[in-house]
Design a protein around this ligand. Structure first.
Ligand code: N01
Length: 534
């Protein structure tokens, strides 16, 4: 089948769904969404691992574009669990009648720009072809699972799973010997839940990680009423903060206060829980000495919680500044190591050498018998989901070649040589450093406004320039270098978790509020940095 349309969106997660509303219902375009899964939800469709829950607070982890939607939906907990988020997105799909414009179970394998026709020609695995004026990738930043290339995995007699591709029917851990590799945000969420079900859980830790207690709880009626009554103010606050969260970062500096007051304020942040701890001071992510204070506080907490001194030392032996990697938040993560059926293994000093038929063998020869291996090993982030499709721009140039030394975009939204292609939450945008729905809504609206502007003015192509992308690349690097973020040299922000991936700091760390203002200025100023043609 070959179809001609105005626009195609790849992915029906938070971003693709709202982009569909903007293009179909507001601009009246003939548009389709192609989605690999059998339902909407993106990340929340695939990540069904035990303990999967959002680290953003529920009243901020939702769309803000519709007052009616905000008023119709009520969250049950402070942090929404995977199932509740998926119910929410299903509700949005029903409410805005989105499914009729989405093809599920449809994987895009390639897209070529046909310059003569000024069309993107998009191919699906099933052999369908779409010829469209605009192609929008809404493929998510963390959707390409990273399973380490471990020797012997194919011969493992037990079962193994990656958290990001979790079976919909769930996994029965009861009485099983389970090994989990990875202690990032995901692994830290899954450990306590798997520990509660498994016969024994062995956690293989390569890099120890900070974590802040989430302090999840059912929402009270009073809080729900406060949210309902204050939507506009809450949204305005979220739009004013660098990370898009519904609480401000306190501008005071760590050394503005004396030791006792600092301890009290850290305790207050610790009690507030989650990402609010990071917001207790304004300089934690820019000043190493300030960061050391926050890091020291968390390490003391870990040692207080974990009873076995050897295990506590391993968990607190953290080699990077606090929040330089995405800071996890947890529900009883460190406490889980006090259980008799949980053990911690340091695979930094003694790496995993191979997976055997019956378990895992370390370089030293130590062996662990396992029935199930859980890979909480993260993703080929930001570029992975784009590069696994064969996207070719002008003159057949492959995106993979253009980005061979690392991604280059203007505003994370466009790549030079790839006209009329928009990359939602792409590398170079704040995306993963921001509460995602906030970043997503801004991108969807900016893209829709740009396309609306083009149609109103008879413009057929929009394409950023190499100079604009290079200049923006420098801004992205400068913004990161003004913080401690690049000091976590093994972080996925830098692509360091995927062997062979170029080390480029990918998200824009200058803050969502500043980025939003910059994008608005670009649009108001007639789109400098973009060439409008035809
Ligand atoms: O992945 P990660 P994640 N041998 O890359 C280890 C988002 N998220 O899925 O640090 C041994 O952070 C690796 O070790 P090291 C959030 O943005 C959001 O946990 O590379 N270990 C690390 O410990 C988050 O940042 C929510 O040394 C290996 C772990 O695996 C992002 O998803 C909830 C290994 C991977 O950590 C990714 O988090 C959860 C190997 N060969 C996640 N390879 C929300 O709230 C990797 N590791 C929305």
């Amino acid at each position: 089948m070959t179809r001609d349309m105005d626009a195609l969106i790849i992915g029906a997660g938070f971003s693709g769904m709202y982009q569909l509303i903007c293009l179909r219902d507001r601009l009246g375009l003939d548009v389709r969404v192609l989605e690999m899964g059998e339902g909407v939800g993106g990340t929340w469709y695939w990540n069904r691992y035990p303990g999967a829950r959002c680290d953003s607070e529920s009243h901020s982890y939702c769309y803000g574009f519709s007052r009616e939607l905000l008023e119709a939906w009520e969250w049950s907990e402070r942090y929404p669990g995977q199932a509740e988020i998926l119910r929410y997105l299903d509700h949005v799909a029903d409410r805005f009648d989105l499914r009729r414009s989405i093809s599920f179970g449809t994987r895009v394998v390639g897209a070529d720009f046909d310059a003569a026709a000024n069309k993107w020609v998009v191919r699906t695995e099933g052999g369908d072809v779409y010829r469209v004026n605009f192609l929008i990738t809404a493929v998510g930043c963390l959707s390409s699972a990273n399973v380490p290339d471990l020797k012997g995995l194919e011969g493992f007699a037990g079962d193994w799973y990656h958290t990001g591709l979790w079976p919909h029917e769930g996994v029965d851990f009861s009485g099983k010997l389970v090994g989990q590799i990875g202690t990032g945000s995901t692994g830290i969420q899954s450990v306590p839940v798997i520990a509660g079900e498994a016969g024994h859980l062995t956690v293989f830790q390569r890099t120890a990680n900070y974590s802040i207690p989430a302090r999840n709880a059912k929402l009270t009626d009073a809080f729900k009423a406060y949210v309902k009554a204050n939507h506009p103010d809450i949204r305005a606050l979220m739009h004013s903060t660098p990370n898009g969260h519904p609480f401000a970062i306190n501008p005071r500096r760590v050394f503005d206060v004396d030791d006792a007051e600092r301890e009290r304020l850290f305790e207050e942040g610790w009690a507030a829980g989650g990402l609010q701890f990071r917001a207790a001071f304004g300089d934690v992510l820019v000043d190493q000495a300030a960061n050391d204070e926050a890091a020291g506080f968390i390490k003391r907490k870990i040692r207080e919680v974990v009873t076995d001194p050897g295990t506590a030392e391993l968990l607190a032996d953290i080699d990077h500044p606090f929040a330089a990697k995405r800071p996890p938040i947890d529900s009883e993560y460190f406490e889980a190591f006090n259980r008799d059926n949980v053990s911690l293994v340091d695979v930094r000093s003694d790496p995993i050498a191979e997976v055997t038929a019956t378990g895992v063998r370390l370089a030293s020869g130590r062996e662990f018998a396992l029935d199930i291996i859980v890979f909480a090993t993260g993703f080929d982030a930001m570029t992975g989901p784009l590069l696994r499709m064969d996207i070719r721009g002008r003159d057949g140039v492959r995106l993979a070649d253009v980005w061979a030394a690392g991604p280059q975009t203007y505003l994370g939204l466009q790549v030079a040589g790839f006209p009329n292609l928009f990359t939602m939450t792409g590398p170079g945008s704040p995306s993963v450093l921001c509460n995602m729905p906030v970043a997503i809504e801004q991108h969807a609206e900016w893209i829709a406004d740009c396309i609306g502007h083009m149609r109103a003015n008879g413009i057929r192509t929009v394409e950023t320039t190499a100079a604009a992308a290079e200049a923006w690349g420098r801004e992205v690097a400068d913004a990161a270098n003004a913080t401690l973020l690049p000091k976590a040299t093994h972080s996925w922000y830098l692509g360091a978790n995927v062997p062979g991936k170029p080390r480029v700091f990918m998200p824009y760390a200058g803050g969502m509020a500043r980025y939003r203002a910059h994008c608005a200025e670009v649009a108001a100023g007639g789109y400098p940095g973009f060439v409008m043609g035809g």
